[in-house]
Write a protein of this length. Structure first.
Length: 158
């Protein structure tokens, strides 16, 4: 009663159904991620300040940290060294204009975010939140964007 064509169709159908169950299980790789591990990497900060961590700092504190951890690359008082200047810069009138914190970064919160993620270059993500707030205050004060005595925290930065 079975013809070879019908038999081969039944075999193909059985193999297809059997293999779909195996594919449904997946490769069984990895492990569930602990929420604490996710929190350690979830450090995004929005331009409106959402995600800023607790902490605070002053320009005076930032000056000391800058001298220890930043001046070697960005120069004394942020004027530039082996890497880009973080102070100064005129209006953006051409593509060649030097881009600095004062004339290029639209949000102070993104300055904080960049320092926190990427600086110092040789040891990124090693600064404490207080150190990052202090450095942000120092750099913004050098650029005359805030006063030298203005404290920096999540509330004042946002």
């Amino acid at each position: 009663m079975f013809t070879p064509k019908l038999l081969s169709s039944a075999v193909v159908l059985a193999l297809a159904l059997g293999s779909s169950a195996a594919f449904g299980e997946g490769p069984n790789l990895g492990k569930p991620i602990d929420p604490a591990e996710i929190a350690a990497w979830d450090i995004s900060i929005s331009p409106d300040g959402t995600g800023l961590p607790a902490g605070s700092g002053t320009s005076a504190q930032g000056a000391r940290i800058y001298a220890q951890k930043c001046a070697m690359c960005h120069g004394e008082n942020g004027k530039g060294g082996s890497n880009a200047a973080v102070v100064g810069g005129g209006p953006l009138t051409s593509i060649e204009t030097v881009k600095t914190i004062a004339n290029f970064w639209p949000y102070a919160t993104t300055v904080f975010d960049f320092i926190r993620r990427a600086m110092p270059w040789q040891q990124p993500r090693t600064l404490t939140n207080d150190e990052v707030y202090a450095l942000t205050a120092y750099i913004l004060a050098l650029n005359k964007l805030i006063g030298e005595n203005d404290p920096m925290s999540a509330e004042t930065l946002a």
